[in-house]
Write a protein that binds this ligand. Structure first.
Ligand code: SER
Length: 323
């Protein structure tokens, strides 16, 4: 299939491009930035694209003529609180521009990457634990607000214009790649700093618990949902879940692979507030039922696979900063 990815230079693109090419697809990756050195292995074509520029989006779609689009371009939650206007432009206007290009270019299918950030504490009390697909959405960040809107726009383009829009609400994603501006980044940095420094001072409390997922499962979810039989899908956006450890449980798991690593916890007010507004765990029964979703990695499974990858990444001199 002819596939176009937006925001391909980020953490998900790093693994998604290679998986799509390995599956035999013809992939064009797009991003505001040139192809980062960390993505050099992935292959396929690379186009510069600013999703906030409607004309540029239309032109790239006209040139590439994709059948399937993975829309990854977004400013994440913590970065979005530093610059809500930028988050609005990229996440809201960008999604609109990409959906319009899908409609005009007669793209068959559009895959939206939503997030646990669509949730927030309802006025009536805490979120149910685990949190199901259909609860009132009260996001607390601009990132979450624009993800809710992207979900609604996806459903609208599906029913109004027949663009086959589908999406997942991702937990915080962990992989041996540089994340960018997320509130869930503490989880990855527990691994990275344990390996490179032997210690990490987390910006979250020890009892912080949010849904997390290892990237190979996340990429497989995108592939499986994008290829799922349309007649089996009862909704357009699905919760998906893997595991929901407390930060100190992640620490204990890391210590099994990196003996002697030490962890301290100094919560950052803004990011801790965002983390506390998210569900502790997600109920993904609909994804399991409709398209057979099932994670392969639990926390310790991820730890044993990830630590050697992080060692290799650091040896290769990948540039990582600890926040
Ligand atoms: N990982 C994202 C963030 O922290 C949530 O989707 O913003």
């Amino acid at each position: 299939m002819k596939i176009l990815i937006t925001g391909a230079g980020g953490q998900i693109g790093h693994d998604l491009i290679g998986a799509l090419i390995a599956a035999g697809h013809d992939v064009t990756s797009t991003d505001l930035a040139p192809r980062p050195p960390s993505h050099a292995h992935a292959g396929g074509a690379w186009h510069r694209l600013d999703v906030t520029d409607a004309v540029a989006v239309r032109d790239v779609f006209y040139e590439v003529k994709p059948e399937l689009v993975f829309h990854l371009a977004a400013i994440l939650s913590a970065r979005g609180e530093q610059d809500p206007r930028l988050a609005y432009d990229v996440n809201q206007t960008g999604t609109w521009n990409v959906l319009e290009a899908c409609r005009k270019g007669k793209v068959l299918r559009f895959i939206f990457t939503s997030s646990i950030a669509v949730f927030g504490p309802p006025p009536s009390g805490p979120l149910p634990d685990p949190t199901p697909d259909d609860v009132a959405l009260h996001p607390t960040t601009m990132y979450g607000v624009t993800k809710v809107s992207g979900e609604l726009l996806s459903s609208y383009y599906r029913s109004r214009f027949g663009v086959d829009c589908r999406g997942v609400r991702f937990p915080g994603l962990i992989s041996a790649a540089m994340p960018g501006g997320g509130s869930s980044d503490y989880a990855l940095f527990m691994y990275v700093d344990a390996v490179r420094k032997g210690s990490y001072d987390a910006f979250a409390r020890a009892d912080t618990r949010i849904p997390l997922m290892y990237m190979p499962d996340a990429v497989r979810a995108l592939l499986e949902l994008s290829m799922a039989d349309k007649s089996k899908l009862t909704r357009s956006i699905y919760n998906i879940a893997a595991f929901s450890p407390r930060a100190d449980e992640i620490a204990a798991s890391v210590q099994k692979a990196v003996p002697g690593a030490t962890f301290t916890y100094t919560p950052d007010t803004v990011r801790q507030g965002i983390l506390d507004s998210w569900p502790k765990a997600l109920d993904d029964a609909a994804a399991r039922r409709d398209w057979g979703w099932k994670p392969k990695f639990d926390l310790d499974g991820m730890t044993s696979d990830l630590v050697p990858r992080i060692r290799r990444m650091l040896e290769l001199g990948a540039v990582l900063s600890s926040h």
